[in-house]
Design a protein around this ligand. Sequence first.
Ligand SMILES: Nc1ncnc2c1ncn2[C@@H]1O[C@H](COP(=O)(O)OP(=O)(O)OP(=O)(O)O)[C@@H](O)[C@H]1O
Length: 795
Amino acid sequence: MEDSHVVEQKNFIKGEMIHTIFENKEEHFSIAKIKILETNQKFDETEVVVKGYFRRLDPGETYEFYGRVVDHQRFGRQFQVESYQRFLPESKEGVIAYLSSDLFPGIGKKTAERIVDTLGESALSQILNDKAVLSNVPSLAKEKQEKVYQILQENQGFEHIVVELSRYGFGLKMAQKMYTAFKEETLDTLKTNPYAFVFEVEGFGFVRADQMARENNISLDHPTRLQAAAIYTLTNSMQDGHVFLPIEQLMYEMDQLLDGETHQIDVDKMTAQIVELNTEKRIIVSEKKVYLPSLYYSETGFCAQIERIADKKIEKVFSDAELLKIVGSIEEEEVLSYGKEQYEALETALSEKMFILTGGPGTGKTTVIKGILNAYAEIHDLSLDRDDYKEDEEYPFVLTAPTGRAAKRMKESTGIDSVTIHRLLGWDGKETFDKDENNKLEGKLLIIDEFSMVDIWLAYQLFRAVPDDMQVIIVGDEDQLPSVGPGQVLADLLKSNVIASVSLKEVYRQKEGSKIIQLAHEIKNNAVNANGLTKASDFNFLSCPDYQVVDIVKQVVKKAYDKGVDLKQIQVLAPMYRSQAGINRLNEELQKVINPPEQGRREMRFGDTVFRKGDKVIQLVNQPEDDVFNGDIGEVVAIFEKDENLEQEEQVVVSFDDREVAYAKPDLMNLMHAYCTSIHKSQGSEFQIVILPIISGYNRMLRKNLIYTAITRAKQSLVICGDKSAFLRGIRAEDTNKRYTSLVPYLQELFGTEDESLSESDEEDVDVEQVLTADERLLAVEIKQESFSPYDFMD
Ligand SMILES: Nc1ncnc2c1ncn2[C@@H]1O[C@H](COP(=O)(O)OP(=O)(O)OP(=O)(O)O)[C@@H](O)[C@H]1O
């Protein structure tokens, strides 16, 4: 749809709207029943269900729908609407009746007649196209002209624009977004400045804007085109985790985008627009780095917060002997003896204002967190039991983690309440948090687990809300995948060396004979031996050719399930969605063996997915209003028909641990099956049994940190199925996708620990032209042209 230019609108239904069946107000998605008045399609019935993205459909009104007929397995024949418009009367009488109706107060029959006499039967579309035509109507006052246009616009504007947009090949959904951003200016803007959509409309690509620009003869070196290329390139780079792009890389990528192989755009012109954007603060150029403002302020802001918090030192209120005594009694209670590194971690955590605890699986991070809490409570003569505090009394311990599951695990292991970072900060579901520098968190000791998953934006939001006197403990495993969002905050903090840290190396769980932990550490140290992948009590590598992998995975899952293992504790993890052993296919196949159709078992189809009672499902977006977050796993516990609930809508009810959430049908797009989930989504979770399919077709997705993350999710059993050589290649493939971040030099500069080689002058409002000489800029583009493009590495 997006790529075809002119869409011929052959299939249509003219029909009267009867009633809405479903409606998702936010997405403007509706399904409605229509009485057919006229159509060039074949329908057996006189009524039909239409579905699509509508701004507004009023019962009793007549519309023309354009789109295609779809035959639905269960719901029969439906009409998928690609564009639509309210039916505009075209006969003289029709238009007069319409204009003199109640819809247009102040326009009587006489005026309506004058309008039609002057403009003819196509009066309405003429007015919509250009309201100036109304000035030709004799004795029609300016305000009335304006009113007629406005009402027509309100009632027809969107539909009219949608029809026009569909001629350019824009689907209804994109048209909605474009209209929301530019309202009645949509068409004009599209012609005069299509690049504006790149800035304002999510998902509107640069190439698309270019196509529109070409048709409207906008020059290739038009300033807005060059600016759009810069912003678009920077926005895209976030997907690769970059916080900024070096100016040479930005210019190289802009050059690729702007004129592919021809290289006609003058480098100076590009530079001039980068300077302009910088002046307008729509991008920030600092040294030779170019940022989107939100990321620049997050990165510099985060550093400033770290400096602020670290600056207020704490007094050491215990002697070495006292600590030894306190730790000794904890060891007695916990029946263990802390290792040397663990003791060092405890001591540093208790004496430093900020502290980072890192280590691989089974090294005792959780054990040390518990030790810190107990020792802190003992030293400060505090109770860990919340019930010992009065309602208005501050509870000193604040535990948090980036995902719901990680927070839950923390709560289970410490016995102290732990919530997601979003929840802790009082997220409103959009861009703002209740907690910030003006309304800081309460408490004395903050412990953040799974910090490797925290991106620079969230890190800044969290730290700006930390009060001066709060002690901060950051916990994470730096060998895991970095955050999905931009930055690599944990790795950078460790590298900058400005915060005290202890890295736990000794593995304790291994002492219980865990092959999983052993393998994780071998992967980390590049010491895996192909002959060592032999069966153990908690590990098995089932070698098989690619085409058998799905079957074997099915058998393993079924076997565990039949043995009575909780389905939530059996997790298949895969690196990609679409492939012969991708997440989508595996979910489809696993549902067949774990939760097949059964007489009396309710189900509901949504797109290609059938949700059935008993299905294991995963939430795909944050939905704070229902307290469910991206990555939460639940079970379908009920499916309701329309007449079975107060909301009068079909619903799928999912139970997430301690709460149930009802999904109306359109909201099912936020849910998918979770028999198999992505490795990325499994970060921060642990499962008794992890099954990891490996096919050679996963090829470039397989990386050391990805596999490491997957296998360290397994608590009791790890079964890898598939191609051993692909596995071995994968664990040897370092993640070479370098992320551009400047946390390390910024922090080192702030703390005065900078490495000479890293320090450069940091003027905020630096002029790009002064940063890079003309020759350097040309050279940058030339050098980059000869080397790779980051797009070569993208799927
Ligand atoms: N000093 C110790 N002496 C004996 N056992 C220990 C010691 N430290 C940790 N353990 C045990 O090792 C196992 C792993 O410890 P823990 O869960 O704290 O590690 P972790 O780093 O949090 O691991 P993961 O990240 O895999 O959860 C636990 O069973 C714990 O009781």
